[in-house]
Design a protein. Structure first.
Length: 652
């Protein structure tokens, strides 16, 4: 009977405690004047009113606020214990006379008073973050366990109950929060997190990157106080809203599309674009297959956004709107003209998310690097696809990491983007450092679907595959061999000949062979331009080390200016002063003006470099380029004459 009464009493106490459990903010105002006490209490009332109901219920304690003269002059406040907060007494006069409520430029929250309010919310979030979080179901299960074990007279949690209640993650150690915040899983470390956060651009307060505890507290300030937080950091806003089951009522209207900067090399176009997730039909894993270059032996990972033309409904036909498609590609931003293998291994290059037009990527890989591209659709739900596009845009504006060939390369960065952007369960424990390996794992887990690539011809027709031009060049060379019996067996041998050695064959070519020769001569010119680029790097770097080589000074200076001015294409945040997260409507005018100005500068420098760059080349390389260009003119004229003689139209 006594045991039953004791258990009933325990149940009543638990029920009463649960009903009354909530945060209580009190003022230590013993030494304050009535106006000071009134202003302080009003601040606490506003702070409590700003907090989510679940926050108030879970942080069941009395927290006392006092004013202190011992804080640093530039400090606003701090939590001195789990039950006490201090604010800087130097701020109290302004709170009382109202001067702290005046708008001031440069203050993150607009006024000193709002900064004080944000400080209270910030420090309370730390207290909340340190507390153990139990759901109502956990409390109920715990009570049932206590009832079952109550007759033993045991104090504390019965052993049989310890496995029946679940410890909830706090704010700052929740894996989903860490993914969004920028502390990603390290490759090959079994879920361990990166020590450094690289989402450094467009931050509301760089202090948030100190550690995950400060991150959740700083972002709690903006979640509660900034009506535009849902527009600027939408993924984090959704996380906070889901965590608390609540969001502030005064929300700004968010735009339907996101600003991005197109890093295409056409400097005559406005680079600033708008990306509407509603127009993205599918996302593909875009894989550049290997070539003979050692850096490229494992391929390259990218994501392709299949974007529908304006007015076209989302559907398979959007795959034919190639001029609308964009590519998300993590690359090493080389602020110098030399790409050093050693620097890539030691993380000397920044890793940034480039947004590129698909047609440029196709040309870059298939024509210049002679690598095929495979575009494998990812099986994502509609909500996963849209949050991936959203998160990619956020990374475009905020991320500035370190590129490591072996541990933070394109595959690792792409995987982190997919994991954070979709929260797909199959990606949470996935680990791969190689682009080809990542593709295989995505296929094995049912995320990447190779079905559309099974028929090679159909895959080419529908844009699931883009073949290397190497096969086309070999086919053209086969035509030449059949019709003129040249001694070389492979196209590579033909292209290794000098322009002067290839030229005598032009006069012997018939119409079909001449067309094949024209295509191969264009390939020879691209090859010479690649060799010239490598030579350009060596000569430019040599000229910087040897000041006496004034021959390179002018063109080298132009090239250096281009490199210095091109960073905005991969780090667009540098065009904006202030603000954080995704740019909003009020920042568009600044972006349009600044991007147009920088693009005009790049176009001018590019034109200047085109005129000056050949002064950096060695005479032999210069002669070969000129001879190849002369070959193109000669074979073109020969082809037009043959076509005319055959009774066809005169070719241009």
């Amino acid at each position: 009977m006594n045991t039953l009464l004791r258990l009933i009493g325990l149940a009543g106490l638990l029920a009463a405690a649960t009903a009354q459990a909530e945060l209580r903010l009190v003022l230590d105002g013993e030494d304050l004047t009535p106006p000071q006490r009134q202003a302080s209490e009003q601040l606490l009332i506003e702070a409590r009113a700003a907090l989510p109901p679940r926050f108030i219920q879970r942080l069941d304690r009395e927290v006392k606020l006092s004013w202190s003269d011992e804080l640093p002059e530039n400090g606003y406040g701090r939590a001195t214990s789990p039950y006490t907060l201090q604010l800087n007494a130097r701020l109290l006069p302004g709170l009382v006379d109202g001067s702290a409520a005046r708008e001031q430029t440069g203050r993150p929250h607009g006024t000193v008073r709002r900064e004080m309010l944000a400080t209270v919310l910030h420090e309370l979030t730390h207290l909340y973050d340190r507390a153990r979080l139990w759901t109502a179901a956990d409390q109920s299960q715990l009570f049932r366990c206590r009832l079952q074990a109550g007759s033993t007279g045991q104090v504390g949690l019965p052993g049989d109950c310890r496995g029946q209640t679940k410890r909830r993650f706090t704010f700052s150690d929740d894996p989903r929060l860490l993914d969004l915040a920028g502390w990603q899983q390290q490759v090959g470390r079994r879920g361990q997190r990166e020590l450094q956060n690289h989402q450094v651009a467009r931050s509301p307060d760089i202090y948030e990157l100190s550690n995950s505890r400060e991150f959740v507290a700083v972002n709690m300030e903006y979640f509660l106080l900034d009506p535009a937080y849902a527009c600027r950091r939408p993924a984090l806003h959704r996380y906070y809203q889901a965590h608390f089951g609540w969001a502030p009522a005064n929300q700004a209207e968010c735009p339907d599309d996101y600003a991005y900067l197109n890093a295409g090399r056409d400097f005559g176009k406005q680079p600033l674009g708008r990306l509407d997730p509603e127009r993205v039909y599918e996302v593909d894993y875009l894989f550049a297959e290997a070539n003979e270059n050692w850096v490229s032996r494992w391929g390259h990972s990218m994501l392709r956004l299949v974007i529908c033309a304006p007015g076209r409904p989302r559907g398979p036909d959007c795959r034919l709107d190639l001029d609308q498609h964009l590519v998300l590609s993590y690359r090493a931003f080389v602020g110098d003209v030399q790409l050093s293998s050693w620097d890539g291994l030691t993380g000397a290059y920044p890793s940034r998310l480039f947004v590129l037009p698909l047609h440029q990527v196709i040309e870059e890989y298939t024509k210049v690097e002679l690598r095929s591209l495979a575009s494998i659709p990812l099986k994502l739900r509609r909500d996963e696809l849209e949050t991936l596009v959203e998160h990619a845009t956020e990374m475009h504006w905020s991320y500035d990491g370190d590129y490591w060939f072996l541990s933070n390369n394109c595959a690792v960065e792409t995987l982190k983007l997919l994991r954070s952007g979709t929260d797909h369960p199959a990606l949470r424990d996935l680990d791969s450092i190689m682009p080809n390996g990542l593709l295989k794992v995505l296929e094995a887990r049912g995320i990447a679907d190779r079905t559309p690539l099974q028929d090679p011809k159909e895959a080419l027709r529908l844009g699931y595959r883009f073949d290397s031009f190497r096969d086309r060049y070999q086919a053209m060379f086969t035509v030449i061999r059949e019709r003129m019996r040249v001694p070389q067996e492979k196209v590579e041998g033909w292209l290794e000949l000098t322009a002067e050695q290839r030229r005598p064959w032009f006069a012997k070519a018939d119409l079909r062979a001449s067309a094949a020769l024209l295509l191969l001569e264009q390939a020879a010119l691209r090859r010479q331009l690649l060799l010239a680029q490598d030579e350009l790097k060596r000569n430019y770097l040599s000229s910087r080390e040897q000041a006496g080589q004034t021959r390179f000074a002018k063109a080298g200076g132009t090239l250096e200016k281009m490199l210095a001015n091109s960073g905005y294409l991969s780090r667009p945040a540098e065009m904006l002063d202030g603000g954080y997260g995704l740019p909003q409507r009020a920042e568009w005018q600044r972006l349009e003006t600044e991007s147009s100005s920088r693009q005009h500068t790049m176009r001018t420098l590019s034109d200047d470099l085109d005129r000056e760059v050949r002064s950096l080349l060695e005479p032999q390389r210069m002669a070969e380029l000129n001879a190849t260009e002369a070959n193109l003119k000669q074979i073109g004229a020969h082809l037009r004459q043959l076509h005319k003689n055959a009774g066809g139209l005169v070719l241009p």
